[in-house]
Design a protein around this ligand. Structure first.
Ligand SMILES: [Mn+2]
Length: 318
């Protein structure tokens, strides 16, 4: 069984501590919330005498999953810190996690920093919330959850898998999502909550669809500062628009050029040629089909377009 020893050690630590504080990452997403609040619910429901807190930055779009606790530094005395869904120590939200007596890491990302005395890291899980659900499932004879926890875990599973569409989704993913439904999760309710978008975001989508440009096999958009300001979105929200340009017939590579004060950051995507080497050439890197790169100014823009066209040409000839 996957990670059995690690899970047993984690359960023992949970039993050992009276106060448990659960951290996630900065700018938390659905999986971060799902893992944090799912784990809180699991511990609190199974061991009602323990004090369990969830801390860190807030994310409005997943507010329905739960509300962050505000705790004093004093609370960390003799407490167990558990950090979920975070590979990079610097990204852990609420840096006070180090004040806990011991730290446990539960994550599904490729490890970057080896923090924590127990590290249960398994990159085969498509979401960290699925790890929490799996933990519950494996010890279900002694653990309990309520609907609240099931909603949290289901939300994490759904968001990190792009609603069950991404690589890594397996029979186990659906089994565990099914287990959450068995606990009363209303899939339509969650879909409705996650489907809510701000008017600004919808308007920006309209802009992206109306203003993208094309080269040979390449679709792109220049997301300039004035556009980001006009539509009143965060840089991160603006950057998320790259997904809109994917999957267009005849255009295996797409990108969003996001203008920052001192550089232009590129989100580069492909469903054909590998693009990580191209990203390396432009000060970036990443995966074969999803990478980041940067330009120091728009002067480099024409050369970048040419390089993408070349990558596409070579790919189509192969
Ligand atoms: Mn995640």
């Amino acid at each position: 069984m996957k990670g059995r020893k690690k899970m047993e050690r984690i359960l023992n630590k949970i039993k050992e501590y009276n106060t448990i504080i659960i951290h996630g990452h900065k700018r938390p997403d659905g999986d971060c919330y799902g893992s944090q609040f799912g784990l809180k619910n699991l511990i609190q429901t199974s061991f009602p005498d323990k004090k369990v807190y969830v801390v860190g930055e807030r994310s409005a779009f997943v507010d329905f999953v739960g509300q962050m606790d505000i705790i004093s530094d004093e609370t960390y005395r003799g407490a167990l810190s558990i950090v979920v869904d975070t590979a990079v120590e610097d990204r852990i939200s609420d840096s006070r996690y180090v004040m806990g007596a011991e730290i446990i890491k539960i994550d599904h990302h490729i490890p970057v920093n080896d923090y924590g005395i127990i590290r249960w890291v398994d990159t085969s899980f498509p979401s960290c919330a699925q790890m929490i659900a799996y933990f519950y499932y494996k010890f279900r004879d002694e653990l309990k959850i309520t609907l609240e926890g099931a909603i949290a875990m289901y939300t994490g599973i759904v968001t990190d898998t792009g609603r069950f569409r991404f690589r890594g989704v397996s029979e186990l993913t659906h089994q565990l999502a099914g287990l959450m439904i068995a606990h009363g999760v209303d899939v339509e309710y969650i879909d409705g909550k996650l489907g809510i978008e701000t008017l600004d975001m919808i308007s920006l989508k309209g802009y992206v669809y109306s203003n993208f440009m094309t080269a040979n096999g390449f679709v792109y958009l220049r997301m300039t500062r004035d556009i980001i300001e006009k539509y009143n979105v965060s840089d991160e929200q603006a950057a998320s628009m790259v997904g809109l340009l994917g999957g267009i017939e005849g255009f295996p590579v797409w990108a969003l050029f996001i203008e920052y004060p001192d550089e232009i950051r590129i989100r580069l995507r492909s469903n054909g040629p590998t693009i990580d080497q191209l990203a390396n050439k432009y000060g970036g890197g990443g995966h074969a089909k999803a990478a980041g790169a940067k330009l120091s100014s728009w002067d480099e823009f024409p050369a970048f377009i040419k390089d993408v066209e070349e990558v596409v040409r070579v790919y189509k000839e192969a």
